[in-house]
Design a protein around this ligand. Sequence first.
Ligand SMILES: [Zn+2]
Ligand SMILES: [Zn+2]
Length: 328
Amino acid sequence: MPTLPDIKRLKPAGGKRSSKREQILDVFLRQEGHLSADDLVDLIRREDQRISRATVYRTLQWMVDAGIARKVDFGEGRFRFEHSYRHPRHYHLICKTCNRSSEFLSSDIEALVEEVAAARNFASSQSVVQIYGTCEECRTGKKSAAPDGYTEQLFARDALRIAIATERSGLEFYSRAARMTKDARGRNVFQRLADEERHHLSELENKYKELLARDPQLESRPTFLFFKGAANGLFAEGAELLARGVNDQQALMIGIRCERGSHRFFKKYGERFEDSDGKQIFLEFADEERAHLDLLIREYRSLVKRQGRSRKAARSVSAATPRSGAAR
Ligand SMILES: [Zn+2]
Ligand SMILES: [Zn+2]
């Protein structure tokens, strides 16, 4: 997945303030959704009659090559273009009645594609998933809550929902671990992590409220990110293991496994997304999970050391204690 070039740097240095290319780029980036080349020509002509069709076509091809635009084939016999600026990669649902499309992303589909490619030793560069059919609005007349071009907001909303769910299950995990840990130092660590999770949770919830304030309908819009294997499952599983009864060392080990899984999940997805609020949310969350992981690993090591010392001490105590009948 190529990362998006810095658009400012693509502009010719010292060139005219607004070349034709910049003008076309500017109009294109202001559009949401999926445009045909002719749609773009019409839009450009509205602003500047002097720009030729050929120039628009050439510029579109340049934008595709530079990774600013993606070319999509909806099976209409012509290509459409969408910009990739702050626009996460996605798959499409395409309505054959109204020709509108909506976007989604599924970690399960991505995992499956990766698995197949790896099994066949295939270096994949792009995968396209298009689901054709009839949209809800065309079938039932019910107005759609997902107008084209909403992907960035939906992505940020869903990224936050996933992070919040993970934070909640993390909080539950650490609260439980703190309650059942006998080692005082270990208990403190779990308590501290629970407090941190609580603090992060309220930060995330505030961000979520800010998003809702910008778009009161946001809650009712359809899901963009389908992340069945998301990291909150890890902590829920960890909490279940705790409930079965484990010792301090095992509790730390379970915590380490959860945090490592969570860190990897958010980092992997964060890094692969195009620059956007959703990407930021994933990467910041990955950093927090990394910090928790480091803390747990330090604590695990020092607990093992302390236990080793006390075991040795216990051994030397019993060795120093003369036992009756012990051969010397
Ligand atoms: Zn439709
Ligand atoms: Zn799209």
